[in-house]
Write a protein that binds this ligand. Structure first.
Ligand SMILES: [Zn+2]
Length: 232
């Protein structure tokens, strides 16, 4: 890496054949102004308020990188590499090649399509966000296996909605027990659904960061007079 924004935007996604390291993924966010972290021990003038309303000492904005088609394709390929190289022995869960891939809207919709495109014989699953709720529009058959893709994984609220809706439309096929994401910022390694006794989904990401979050009433930055700025 170490490339400028312009150089990155001119990169042919097919040229990158090796796996990028976590810091290289973060570099992409940084250079496109999609990552901010408060320096340790400082009270910043402003800090982030996330979609969920909580305050944080860091923010990640995938939109600024994923709006560029070539960068999106580079990341899509990295996600595929990551999935293929999952240490399966660490996961006692079912592993399998997906027949369908669905990007969780809105942030990862096109990214999911790109992952499906680079994989042979994999179809795009159509997840949409309607009135704030994530819905699966595709009907999947008995032998189908769906893999879900997210951009930034925080608490898994959107993922759980996507799983719930996918269960309804997948007949007796399967939703693969993984959420493939670019960055895990929530520290969770698994999420569990409430249906049928609970299915466990492992979070597989290209990079993980440790981000602190607080309810705004308990936020040390707010308390010290720093202003919270709504992001995303
Ligand atoms: Zn705050």
């Amino acid at each position: 890496m170490g490339k400028s924004k312009d150089e990155l935007l001119r990169l042919d996604p097919d040229c990158i054949k090796s796996r990028l390291k976590g810091f290289e993924i973060l570099y992409l966010y940084k250079i496109f102004d999609g990552y901010w972290k408060c320096p340790d021990g400082e009270i910043p003038k402003y800090h982030a308020q996330l979609k969920s309303g909580v305050c944080s000492d860091s923010f990640l904005n995938s939109k600024v990188i994923l709006k560029h088609e070539n960068i999106r394709k580079i990341i899509a390929k990295q996600l595929m590499y990551k999935y293929l190289n999952v240490k399966r022995a660490q996961h006692t869960l079912d592993w399998g090649k997906p027949t369908h891939i669905g990007g969780i809207p809105n942030g990862a919709k096109e990214l999911g399509d790109n992952v499906a495109d680079i994989w042979n014989d994999v179809e795009k699953a159509d997840l949409v966000k309607q009135k704030g709720i994530i819905k699966m529009n595709s009907i999947l058959g008995d032998s189908d296996k769906l893999l879900l893709v997210e951009d930034v994984f925080t608490k898994g609220t959107a993922s759980l909605e996507a799983i719930k809706s996918s269960f309804k439309s997948i007949g007796s096929g399967r939703v693969l027990p993984f959420i493939l994401s670019i960055v895990n910022r929530g520290g969770l390694r698994q999420i569990q659904t409430m249906q049928s006794g609970g299915f466990v989904f492992n979070i597989i990401s290209l990079h993980s960061i440790k981000a602190n979050e607080w309810e705004s009433s308990k936020c040390p930055f707010c308390e010290a007079g720093s202003k919270s700025i709504k992001l995303n």
